[in-house]
Design a protein around this ligand. Structure first.
Ligand code: UGA
Length: 449
C-alpha cells in the first residue's frame, strides 16, 4: 500500500465497528463510521463511547479531535469516500435461536445502491458473525442486484471474521492471533491482505486465505470450541465439589500443561455469558439442524451452561435453608470483568432464581449498575461500593471476578455481614485463607456441604 492516506468506512458502530474503526484511525487512516442510530452518531462525534472498553474513550477522543475519525448517517459519503468498506452490523438471535440477518441485508442494500454510480473499485468486507453461505448467497447477490455491478470485476468482496473479546477489544484488534480471509476472488483477498500488511506494519499474523463459507464456519467452530472448554471444566468443577480436598484450579493447571489442551479458557465458574457465545452456539445448532446434522457436543455445552449458574443458589440453600427474606449480597453483575455488558450475564439467572425464592437482593458492580437497573428495576437494591453491599448480608456471592473485590479481606466479610458466608463463584479468593476465617464455599473446591 503506498503512502497516501488510507480511507476506510465501517457500517455499524457497535462493539466490533467502533473498536476497529478507532484502532485503524489511530494508525493514521481516515475513517468514516456510518450508523442508522442518530443518538449514537452524535455521541461518537463528541468523543463519547456508548460502551465501556479499556482505552477506547481516550483513543476515540484523540481521533475525533484530529479528524481522523467521524461518524455520519449519510451512507453515500461513507461509500464514496472510502476504498474499503467493512460491514460490522449486529447479527442477533431470532426468537427460535436462529440468526437474524436483517441488518446484514439492509447494509448490503444500502451499500449496493451507493456503489451504482461509482466508477472506482471498492472492497467490501463482512466482519459480522454469520452462518455459512451468507457472503456467497445473500451478500454477493444483494450487492450485485442493488449496484448493477459485478462482484470480482467492479468491486471486491470478502468475509473476514473478528475474534476480539470485550474488555480487550483494542488489544485484540491490534494484536490478533491470526487472520482469516474468506475471499470471493484472488483480487479481493490480495487487497484485504495488503490492508492488514499496512495495519500490522508488515508483521502479518498467521493468515489463512480460504473461501467465505469456510471462513464463516471457522468463526462458529472457534466460539463453540471455546464455550465447550469452559463447560468442560465447569463439569469437572461440579465433580470436585463432591470430593473433599479436590480443587478444579489445580486440575485445570495439570491438564493445561498438556500442550494439546493448553491453559486458556479453563477457568471454572458459574458459567459463560455475553453477547457472542450464547447467541452463536444457538445459531450454529439451528443452522446445523437445517442441514440435518446433529452437534451433540455443542448441545451439551449449552446444557451444562444452562444449569451451572444455579449452583450458586443451591449452595446458598444448603447453607442457609429457606432463602425467604435472607439478605444476599451480589458482587459483580457484568458477564465478565472489564465490561459493563450484561447481555446473557449469569448474574441475571442467579438473581431471578433468588428473587423467586423471595430473598432480599442487594447488588454492586464497578461499571454495570446503570445496565443492571434496566434489567432488575426496583426489584433489587443497589450499593455504592462492594463494602456497602455486604453490610448485614446473610450470604455474599461473587459472580464476576472484578479485581477490586480482591481488596475485600476475610475480616471485612466477618465484621460487616450478619452471617459471614461467602460463595466464590469465580475462584477469586484463596480458599485456605478464607476457609480458615469464615464459611467459604467455592466453585470446584471440594467441601463437605
Ligand atoms: C468471545 C470470544 O472469546 C471472542 O474470540 C469472539 O470474537 C467473541 O466472543 C465474538 O464472537 O465476538 P467475549 O464474548 O467478549 O468473546 O468474551 P470471552 O472472553 O470469550 O468470555 C465469554 C464468557 O466465558 C464470559 O462469561 C467469561 O466469564 C466466561 N469464561 C471465559 C469462563 O467462565 N472461563 C474461562 O476460562 C473463560
Amino acid at each position: 500500500m503506498n503512502n497516501k492516506t488510507l480511507k476506510v468506512a465501517f457500517f455499524g458502530l457497535g462493539y466490533v465497528g467502533l473498536t476497529m474503526a478507532t484502532s485503524i484511525a489511530e494508525r493514521d487512516a481516515r475513517v468514516i463510521g456510518y450508523d442508522i442510530d442518530t443518538e449514537k452518531v452524535a455521541k461518537v462525534n463528541k468523543g463519547e463511547t456508548p460502551i465501556h472498553e479499556p482505552n477506547l474513550s481516550t483513543l476515540l477522543r484523540r481521533n475525533i479531535v484530529k479528524k481522523r475519525f467521524f461518524a455520519i448517517e449519510d451512507p453515500r459519503k461513507a461509500v464514496k469516500e472510502s476504498e474499503i468498506i467493512f460491514i460490522t452490523v449486529g447479527t442477533p438471535s431470532l426468537q427460535d435461536g436462529s440468526i437474524n440477518l436483517d441488518y446484514v441485508k439492509s447494509a448490503s442494500e444500502t451499500i449496493g445502491k451507493e456503489l451504482r454510480d461509482l466508477e472506482d473499485y471498492k472492497l467490501i468486507v463482512l466482519r459480522s458473525t454469520v452462518t455459512p453461505g451468507t457472503t456467497c448467497n445473500l451478500l454477493k447477490p444483494s450487492l450485485e442486484a442493488n449496484s448493477c455491478r459485478i462482484c470480482g470485476k467492479d468491486f471486491g468482496l470478502a468475509y473476514n471474521p473478528e475474534f476480539l473479546r470485550e474488555g480487550s477489544a483494542i488489544k485484540d484488534t491490534l494484536h490478533p492471533d491470526r487472520l482469516i480471509i474468506g475471499e470471493m476472488d484472488e483480487k479481493s483477498g490480495d487487497a484485504l491482505e495488503e490492508f492488514y500488511q499496512w495495519l500490522y506494519h508488515d508483521e502479518l499474523p498467521p493468515t489463512i486465505r480460504t473461501n467465505p463459507d469456510i471462513a464463516e464456519l471457522i468463526k462458529y467452530a472457534n466460539n463453540a470450541f471455546l464455550a465447550m472448554k469452559v463447560s468442560f471444566i465447569n463439569q469437572v468443577a461440579n465433580l470436585c465439589q463432591r470430593i473433599p480436598n479436590a480443587d478444579v484450579e489445580v486440575i485445570a493447571k495439570g491438564i493445561g500443561l498438556d500442550r494439546r489442551i493448553g491453559p486458556l479458557f479453563l477457568k471454572a465458574g458459574l458459567g459463560w455469558g455475553g453477547s457472542c457465545l450464547p447467541k452463536d452456539l444457538r445459531a450454529l445448532l439451528k443452522f446445523s439442524r437445517s442441514k440435518g446434522v446433529a452437534l451433540p457436543l455443542t448441545e451439551a455445552t449449552l446444557f451444562v451452561n444452562e444449569i451451572q449458574p444455579l449452583n450458586a443458589v443451591k449452595i446458598a440453600e444448603k447453607l442457609l435453608g429457606d432463602l425467604k427474606d435472607m439478605r444476599i449480597a451480589i458482587l459483580g453483575l457484568s458477564f465478565k470483568p472489564g465490561t459493563n455488558d450484561m447481555r446473557e450475564a449469569v448474574s441475571i439467572k442467579i438473581v431471578e432464581e433468588l428473587l423467586r425464592r423471595e430473598a432480599k437482593i442487594v447488588t454492586y458492580d464497578p461499571v454495570a449498575m446503570e445496565n443492571a437497573r434496566i434489567v432488575f428495576g426496583d426489584r433489587v437494591g443497589y450499593s455504592k461500593s462492594a463494602l456497602e453491599c455486604i453490610n448485614d448480608a446473610d450470604c455474599s456471592i461473587i459472580i464476576t471476578e472484578w479485581p477490586e473485590f480482591l481488596k475485600i479481606k476475610p475480616k471485612d466479610f466477618v465484621s460487616r455481614m450478619r452471617n459471614p458466608i461467602v460463595i466464590d463463584g469465580r475462584r477469586l479468593y484463596d480458599p485456605e485463607d478464607f476457609s480458615s476465617k469464615l464459611r467459604y464455599v467455592a466453585i470446584g473446591f471440594g467441601s463437605k456441604i
